[in-house]
Design a protein around this ligand. Structure first.
Ligand code: ATP
Ligand code: PRP
Length: 217
């Protein structure tokens, strides 16, 4: 039997994604064993799940290693992968923002340096505004960069604002809203459409019932 393959992000989106699939009857009981395993088969043997790093979900889907994936819009934008984004899942909500020391203005810097885990998103944003910048790629604890003089500002995810506040930084500009998205491999959408479309439709219904936005493929 041909299975449907799904990639989920390890980390903060994993439990929420598993719960969503459960709501449409796709259950991975072995996920709860909380082992170091990265592959799981659904209880009905129809679905295979792999757990990958959040930033890699789009790559697995785009390359056809899996049919479906759940990833944050932030990582999808940054990796620029060619996939169908079919449902805004409404969880993992946060926003991209430019942040820096209180009171600073972006136009006070002739040559703005930006510390970020998201250099592509950052470059695209400032290119669009016609502002020349230099990005400094970091892999975490981004808020440190302006504090130690590594960069003038940062571009990062803000959810509650606690991390910025506790490091004496503030939002200078909000850039865009982010949430988790259901994505589909383009070829699978055609070749396995008979099996995949009902899953997408069921997930859309569950999300719509909770009052979130959906996008057509
Ligand atoms: N407060 C938040 N901070 C970071 N990501 C958030 C937050 N709220 C929601 N998200 C979403 O959760 C996704 C996964 O975040 P998570 O921290 O698990 O992975 P990650 O950023 O790749 O972490 P790591 O680099 O530690 O593996 C992000 O891509 C983003 O879409
Ligand atoms: O507005 P808040 O609710 O404080 O959330 C935002 C923080 O969460 C993320 O960090 P994460 O926990 O992923 O750690 P990281 O430093 O490894 O990116 C993000 O990079 C911010 O630092």
């Amino acid at each position: 039997m041909e299975t449907i393959k799904i990639a989920l992000a390890k980390g903060r989106l994993a439990d929420l994604s598993i719960a969503l699939f459960e709501e449409v009857g796709i259950i991975f009981s072995s996920y709860y064993e909380k082992s170091r395993k990265l592959t799981f088969i659904s209880d009905d043997n129809k679905y295979e799940l792999i757990l990958v790093k959040a930033t890699d979900v789009g790559t697995y889907v785009a390359n056809g290693a899996v049919d479906l994936g759940v990833a944050g819009k932030d990582t999808l934008l940054e990796s620029g992968v060619d996939v169908f984004e079919v449902v805004d899942l409404g969880f993992g909500r946060c926003r991209f923002a430019v942040a820096g020391e209180p009171g600073i203005k972006l136009n006070q810097f002739q040559h703005l340096t930006v510390g970020t885990k998201y250099p592509k998103v950052t470059n695209d944003y400032f290119l669009d505004k016609g502002k020349q910048i230099e990005t400094i790629k970091l892999n975490g604890s981004v808020e440190l960069a302006p504090l130690v003089g590594l960069s003038d500002v940062v571009v990062d995810i803000v959810e509650t604002g606690t991390t910025l506040k506790e490091n004496n930084l503030e939002v200078i500009e909000s850039m865009m809203e982010i949430s988790a998205r259901l994505v589909v491999n383009k070829a699978s959408f055609k070749t396995k459409g008979r099996k995949i479309r009902p899953v997408i439709d069921q997930i859309k219904s569950v999300v719509d019932a909770k009052g979130s936005v959906t996008h057509e493929a």
